[in-house]
Design a binder for this molecule. Sequence first.
Ligand code: NAD
Length: 226
Amino acid sequence: MKKLVVLSGAGMSAESGIPTFRGMGGLWEKYDVTELASPEGWAKDSALVQRFYNERRKTVLESKPNAGHYGLAELEKHFDVEIVTQNIDDLHERAGSTKILHLHGEIRKSRSTINPKLIYDIDGWELKMGDKCEEGSQLRPHIVWFGESVPELENAVKIVAKTDFLVVIGTSLQVYPAASLIDYAPSYARKFLIDPGEVIVEPDIEIIQKGAGEGVQILKEKLLSL
Ligand code: NAD
């Protein structure tokens, strides 16, 4: 089976009702999201950061995978699919994809603030100030914040470096180091990009300028006719 690697970003889940990074509106418009999603933000006002992620977690729990997520899960019948996602939601998992690497963490999990190896599932939507790990330190969302290292990056590079097909979906390719991953694809790999917006990329990427649901369907037809 040929290997197909998907790099997915916030746009992948837009049709499920989860706002993209630039689409976060309402209450949070008065805060700078990059400040909330940072160690400095946590040091300044941990309760506010918890509230921000509790709201995001609620939205994730209320949403369902879209046709794009399901389409990628179906591609496993034809390809050895691995998904490297910047998304912190679990919609790829719920759609049935089996090999998923979360580059930026998972919102339905918490992590100890002193021992990063201690990671727990969160029951429901709320992580509270005062919720502690087994070593007695406050739990924080299991998210890679701006300015923090990306521990899964090396594994992601290894996955991308061996692929026959690379499919980029719903990412503005602005957040590094995730954006640099496409550079690690082998020269023989065929590359596709699915995004309804204008994303500037190198010329060897075939662009499908559609939303994730329709775009994955078009991709599937193209791949199966090769
Ligand atoms: P981004 O917000 O910078 O870019 C989103 C991209 O999605 C844009 O290029 C936009 O044109 C495209 N898009 C919009 N609607 C789409 C659709 N229906 N189908 C396909 N594409 C669509 O997001 P990013 O590049 O992923 O970077 C933002 C960071 O914030 C990442 O770390 C990301 O993980 C995180 N984030 C995650 C979620 C989530 O987990 N669902 C949501 C918001 C932000």
